[in-house]
Design a protein around this ligand. Structure first.
Ligand code: SIN
Length: 357
């Protein structure tokens, strides 16, 4: 009797955890997850197992990464493809477009249930936000990277990859927008940022918070972003070959406006100014930016501070038609402005997009 009780308790526990994706599902019930590899430290190879710098990012192919984690097959029918093999500092608009189109094509298939993207951590947050605005599906899309190369002692990549597949396989991740799974935490694409140059706990959503944990292999969500994403956005890049030219200019003491003048000459369509404080702009740069806006170049005030929102401040900024970047950091404000410019040049319409995305 006692034996039966124990085993029925175990069955109940198995059922609860099984529903949440913690334990291996029967073969036929497993979701089909495609892993798209782009390079980065998660695929990095160093000369020694103690080296965590000076390695080659993106050296290992997707098959090597998948074969290193045989446990993946307990959670999903996993297949891989190599989109590119880059250090993510070299990410381009062209690769973003290729990636978004590929994901949209894959997710339109009934036999693909979710996507994991292996990516370098340096620009991971940018790719995540670009996809958050351009993927046209509710199916899970999860980015993952690593801070230690695959050859290092205690490499973080294998567990991060397993957790990313667990999140992509989880019904709880459906409709949450593009996610980042690293270091046992799940972050939303809009608010996540790299906060530390070297530690494995680098990805955070300062102030607004991460969305959930991966608790002993089980993805658990506690919150979600209220900003529109994926199928809810007006952006569709499926037929695009290029994105509008938008530059970020970093504000600092004694700014003489030189880079704003250079950007105007180069023919930019938009400028994100990473201002001081609440998107404040040195008077010299402000004069140059006012000239840009008068020519129809869309100027968005962002902030170099890293936390908080950029909201209306000086009357002159309103008069000069500078837009407010809300809580997006400069690199994400650039992405939203690029996509906004594929729809309109109207200052008011673009300002509204910064309120909803
Ligand atoms: C990269 O971003 O590709 C290199 C750094 C990293 O992945 O941590």
């Amino acid at each position: 009797m006692r034996k039966w009780l124990i085993s029925s308790c175990m069955v109940a526990v198995l059922m609860v955890f099984g529903m949440q994706g913690a334990l291996a599902a029967p073969a036929g019930d497993k979701p089909n997850i495609r892993i798209i590899a782009t390079g980065g430290t998660i695929a990095g190879s160093a000369a020694s197992d103690t080296a965590t710098t000076g390695y080659k990012a993106g050296a290992l192919g997707i098959d090597t990464l998948i074969n290193a984690v045989p446990e993946l097959k307990n959670y999903a029918n996993v297949s891989g493809e190599q989109l590119c093999s880059i250090d993510s500092k070299d990410m381009t608009n062209a690769i973003w477009l290729q990636l978004a189109k590929r994901i949209n094509a894959l997710l339109s298939q009934d036999d693909v249930d979710g996507i994991v993207i292996t990516h370098g951590t340096d620009t991971l947050e940018e790719t995540a936000y670009f996809l958050n605005l351009t993927v046209k599906s509710d199916k899970p899309v999860v980015l993952v990277g690593a801070m230690r190369p695959a050859t290092a002692i205690s490499a973080d990549g294998p567990m991060n990859l397993l957790n990313a597949v667990r999140v992509a396989s989880s019904k709880a991740a459906v409709g949450k927008g593009v996610l980042v799974a690293m270091n046992d935490e799940i972050n939303g694409a809009r608010d996540v940022t790299k906060t530390n140059t070297t530690t494995v706990s680098t990805f955070k959503a300062p102030e607004l918070g991460f969305l959930g944990y991966i608790n002993d292999g089980v993805p658990e969500f506690y919150r979600e972003s209220t900003r529109k994403h994926t199928r809810q956005t007006e952006f569709n890049v499926n037929h695009m070959d290029a994105l509008p030219y938008v530059k970020i200019i970093y504000g600092h003491a004694d700014d003489d406006g030189l880079f704003v003048e250079a950007a105007i000459k180069a023919g930019v369509k938009g400028i994100v100014y990473a201002g001081t404080g609440n998107g404040s702009i040195h008077k010299n740069a402000e004069a140059a930016l006012a000239k840009a806006a008068a020519q129809g170049i869309v100027v968005v005030r962002s902030s170099r501070v890293g936390n908080g929102t950029v909201i209306p401040a000086e009357q002159s900024y309103i008069d000069e038609h500078f837009l407010d970047g809300d809580s997006l950091n400069p690199q994400k404000a650039r992405i939203l402005l690029q996509l906004a410019l594929t729809k309109t040049n109207d200052f008011a319409e673009i300002q509204q997009m910064f309120k909803i995305y």
